[in-house]
Design a protein. Structure first.
Length: 303
């Protein structure tokens, strides 16, 4: 089953040419999950062929504009396109009030139901779950209440092993085995246990999203061994005092956290507009954590 991340925006507070505010899409199976929704996100969805009506849920980290100013416009577009299926929105306190006010003063009555979950930004807690995905909040340390998110695939069924399957099974029987059922004996065969023809279940894949935050090593155990970590890296380490003042992190600090958590891969993002070239952030992080890449727009990471 597909489990992939697509970067739509990687800029910090102000956009630059070729860099838009934070937005990402995680695809699990056929469902899309939007992570933050900075200004221009729906344009980026058009650019990178992400269909809004496939969105199952939207996760907002905090109420600084570069992380949610595109949300109401996206909701309006989905309304105009005739969306009727419900949409889950997960975010910090106050986001529901903002959306209600925008709807009231603009006279827009959305044609689909929104289920809103308020996140306790100081807790690590389950905030969303469906058949394919389970999401926990991660407490960030920023100037306003802010949450990161840990996305974990629901357990998958073991894969059938072709070399252990007897010949002559019907499509119906194969489907039952694929669902995890045993086959009872009949006049043609003595019965078949699912456990005898299946391998171990695939390990659920995990993606950790660290939004704007001070460097917080204490969070490493919450994401230990994750397949992928996105960590904001607004500054180079020579500006670590500036990072601390603004409650942000440096590229080196992001790499240190990835190292401490034992993740498999690190993406750096949320780049300050002062950096016209981004390679210096990569050069700073890789000596600490070699498996580091830049979260440039259009990047797709498949897990």
């Amino acid at each position: 089953m597909t489990f992939e991340l697509k970067i739509l925006g990687s800029a910090s507070a102000t956009p630059t040419v070729g860099r838009h505010p934070t937005a990402q899409v995680l695809t699990v199976g056929t469902q899309h999950y939007l992570i933050d929704c900075g200004e221009g996100t729906q344009w980026q969805m058009l650019e990178y062929r992400v269909r809004p009506h496939h969105l199952r849920a939207i996760f907002i980290s905090h109420l600084h504009g570069d992380h949610y100013f595109g949300l109401f416009g996206l909701l309006g577009t989905m309304h105009l396109q005739g969306r009727t299926q419900p949409l889950a929105i997960v975010g910090p306190p106050g986001l529901d009030e903002v959306l209600v006010t925008q709807s009231r003063v603009s006279g827009v009555q959305l044609g689909f139901q929104i289920t809103f979950t308020v996140v306790d930004t100081e807790a690590h807690a389950l905030v969303y779950e469906d058949a394919g995905l389970r999401v926990h909040s991660l407490p960030m340390r920023h100037r306003v209440p802010c949450a990161g998110y840990l996305f974990e695939e629901q357990p998958r069924r073991p894969n059938l092993l072709k070399d252990k399957l007897p010949t002559g099974l019907t499509p119906v029987q194969l489907a039952r085995l694929a669902q995890g059922d045993d086959l009872p004996p009949d006049e043609y065969q003595p019965g078949l246990r699912h456990a005898d023809v299946a391998g171990p279940a695939p390990t659920p894949r995990r993606y950790a999203f660290f939004s704007d935050t001070l460097y917080t090593p204490a969070l490493a155990p919450l994401i230990a061994g994750a397949d992928l970590l996105y960590h904001e890296a607004t500054f180079l380490d020579e500006l670590r005092e500036r990072a601390a003042q603004t409650h942000h992190s440096t590229a080196r600090q992001a790499a240190l956290l990835a190292q401490a958590a034992g993740v498999k891969q690190l993406l750096l993002g949320h780049f300050s507009s002062r950096y016209k070239a981004l390679e210096p952030l990569l050069y700073e992080a890789r000596p600490v954590f070699p498996r580091t890449e830049l979260a440039t727009e259009g990047l797709v990471v498949r897990l």
